[in-house]
Design a protein around this ligand. Structure first.
Ligand code: URA
Length: 254
């Protein structure tokens, strides 16, 4: 839906008055889709035309934004405090500081979590609905991981991973055992294989590989539902905003 530029700016909450928003336009400080627009009545669709003020993207307070990130190793999928920062911890949210303004940054959530050392596809969004759609156990959303194991994967271990293994889960100091659902496994070579799981228990893949007497050397997420990292052509640490129509296609049945 189209809106007028001055109305959009007033709704973002960045300007203390309508007059201040209009002045910013007249001064040439606002770009729409990368071009300076000096017409306050300029009409556009904010869903596909990004607006920037002093180099920072502006958003309507109630609109959602979603990114695909190629997560680098060494970043936590959590907000971190000063003590954690002091010992060298870093958060994936740090990577978005120059990407979105502070109000949007505070609303960002990760869609599930990857371990600090895991690399690959991470969806970061302001939409709690999207988080639920992917992570609710009853939705059985498939996640594919490239696993490099420390030792060659035996045929017996491969069979066990496919059929389901018992992994240890810990919650508030209480240990329980969980039998993983059947998964798909595609062998690449002796130590590399692609594992597709439909659950998202904490450190699930590492625990599954440990349960068959092996260990993960490196773990990289390739895809979630139909969203494949390779389709985004992102270097490690790079991200791209995705449109609502792209997100819908992630969940379409093949
Ligand atoms: N399973 C794991 O063990 N770790 C991850 O980061 C993701 C899935």
């Amino acid at each position: 839906m189209k809106v007028r530029l001055h109305q959009f700016l007033s709704k973002t909450g960045h300007f203390s008055s309508k007059r201040e928003a209009k002045d910013a336009v007249w001064r040439g400080e606002i770009t729409v889709n990368g071009s300076i627009v000096k017409d306050i009545a300029y009409q556009f669709n904010p869903r596909n035309r990004p607006v920037e003020y002093q180099g920072r993207r502006l958003f309507l307070p109630d609109s959602d934004i979603t990114f695909v990130l190629n997560k680098p190793s060494g970043y936590l999928c959590a907000r971190i405090n000063e003590n954690e920062r002091a010992i060298g911890k870093r958060s994936v949210f740090d990577l978005f500081e120059s990407e979105v303004d502070a109000t949007v940054h505070a609303r960002l959530l990760t869609v599930g979590r990857l371990d600090e050392a895991t690399t690959g596809l991470l969806i970061v969004t302001t939409s709690g609905d999207l988080v639920h759609r992917v992570t609710a156990p009853e939705h059985h959303v498939a996640k594919r991981y490239w696993v490099s194991s420390k030792r060659p994967l035996t045929e017996e271990a491969e069979q066990q991973l496919v059929e389901g293994v018992s992994i240890e889960l810990e919650s508030e100091g209480v240990i329980s055992y969980y039998l993983t659902q059947p998964s798909k496994l595609e062998r690449i070579n002796e130590r590399d294989f692609i594992l597709e799981v439909v659950e998202g228990k904490k450190r699930q893949v590492r625990r599954m590989v440990a349960a068959v007497g092996n260990a993960v050397e490196h773990l990289h997420r390739l895809s979630i539902a139909n969203a494949a990292l390779e389709d985004f052509d992102l270097d490690e640490g790079a991200m791209r905003e995705v449109k609502p129509t792209e997100i819908e296609a992630w969940f379409e049945q093949a």
